[in-house]
Design a protein around this ligand. Structure first.
Ligand code: FPP
Length: 267
């Protein structure tokens, strides 16, 4: 079981300049001043991991849940402000029905089993995407989980379910168009901030780092707006094999990036 190195419950405004005393030696390589505020993860390769071991694909998803728990806890240790993970895309409905049903059951079990511990760790969970497209029982669990943790001040943990970046932007555009048609705002009021407030991730910092496991190098309709200036980290490791040490590798790599945001320096 995971060790509560920092006691878990503290708020992210308490981010440290250097490693807190007694920190896990795994974090010795961390540059505490150059950590991303918001990390997004495309958890790819569950199927390939399972097939490589002669198992059925769903065994890979099951193993992926354990990895997700470990990565969330590592992100909490590192005082990452927001972690957004791609659990199910608007395109994933094309998968065989038994696999889709398995995934829905897995999400539901995950919530049942992990809710309390996440709450103890001051996690604030939020589901992003078209929640209304998910099975009704699961929707209820998702809403209850969000309500339970809504006032928590620790890591913002966004789980993308029935999520598509284009779909999110369409919903934002429709909402703003409605407000304009009702005379609540003028078209000129629609700026970057107005759009951000309509996104499912409203209130979160922009994505600094996108991690994608399992070798493919694409964004797959994930957080299109939020990742405008994100750094990308690709690894061949399949998601179930992505350990906390792999997450630390990504942090170390990120710390070495020269981020210029379109300018000439990173200032
Ligand atoms: C991609 O691997 C993974 C998914 C579509 C599902 C991700 C789900 C989990 C990691 C389960 C845990 C999530 C929660 C929120 C409890 P793939 O099936 O596309 O793998 P492949 O590319 O090798 O086929």
């Amino acid at each position: 079981m995971w060790k509560k190195i920092f006691g878990g419950g503290s708020s992210n405004s308490e981010r440290t300049e250097k490693a807190p005393a007694g920190a896990n030696p795994l974090y010795d390589r961390i540059n505490w001043q150059r950590l991303p505020r918001h990390v997004a993860v495309i958890m790819d390769g569950n199927g390939r991991w399972a097939q490589g071991k002669g198992l059925i694909r769903t065994a890979g998803h099951k193993a992926g849940v354990k990895t997700l728990k470990d990565v969330l806890k590592t992100a909490i240790d590192l005082r990452i402000e927001a972690l957004t993970v791609y659990a199910f895309s608007t395109e994933n409905w094309k998968r065989p029905r038994p696999e889709v049903e398995f995934l829905m059951k897995l999400f539901s079990e995950y919530l049942l089993k992990e809710l309390e511990e996440m709450n103890d760790y001051n996690v604030r969970i939020r589901f992003i995407g078209r929640m209304e497209g998910m099975p009704e029982g699961l929707q209820r669990q998702m809403r209850e989980a969000e309500a339970l943790m809504k006032d928590n001040t620790g890591i913002r943990f966004n789980v993308a379910a029935n999520y598509g970046g284009q779909d999110e932007l369409i919903r934002a555009a429709q909402s703003l168009a409605r407000q304009a048609a009702e005379g609540k705002i003028a078209p000129e009021d629609i700026d970057a901030e107005a759009i951000e407030q309509e996104l499912d991730t409203a209130g979160d910092p922009p994505v600094d780092l996108v991690i994608r496991t399992s070798g493919d190098q694409r964004l797959s309709n994930f957080l299109l707006w939020q990742s405008a200036y994100a750094e990308f980290y690709f690894t061949d490791v399949n998601w179930p094999d992505f350990t906390p040490a792999c997450f630390v590798d990504a942090m170390v790599d990120f710390a070495g990036r020269d981020r210029r945001f379109g300018g000439l320096t990173n200032k």
